[in-house]
Design a protein around this ligand. Sequence first.
Ligand code: FES
Length: 173
Amino acid sequence: MATQKKTTILSKHEQAEIESWLKRYPEDRSQSALLAALRAVMHEDHYLSTDKMDAVAEYLDLPKIAVYEVASFYSMFELDEKAAAKNTIAVCTNISCMLNGSGKIVEHIEEKLGIKMGETTPDGQFFFKIEEECLAACCGAPMMQLNHVYHEKLTPEKVDDLLDALTDKKGGK
Ligand code: FES
């Protein structure tokens, strides 16, 4: 098990989270804790820096490429530092959502926040992911994830309520 690593840039919380997952697998299967490790880093940093991915690789005794492969495969992981905003918006633009008006939702969010997809608001409140593939909620199209929580059957008004509630709650301006 990877307990008591001497030096790592992973936070205590990230290490504790990884350790809790390592306990669930045989000692020679540390790769099984990789998704959980990356999720723990995402939770704290909101994106995966190369330094943090390398630290995860070292912690789990994995080749760096094994971490990069997983991190770049799943759209729930962000590799772009711009994603280090307080809130992440991911509108599904795949076929069911597209046919049910995701384009209008994207336009509305861009106009409301004054940014394009792939950008972060100047105050660091919102990161608008460049695209999101089908999130298996087609029956609720159009839909989006807001900080990984699903919101379905979106309308511009519903989007306004959701985004406004976040900025109010978090003291955003
Ligand atoms: S197409 Fe958007 S959730 Fe499936």
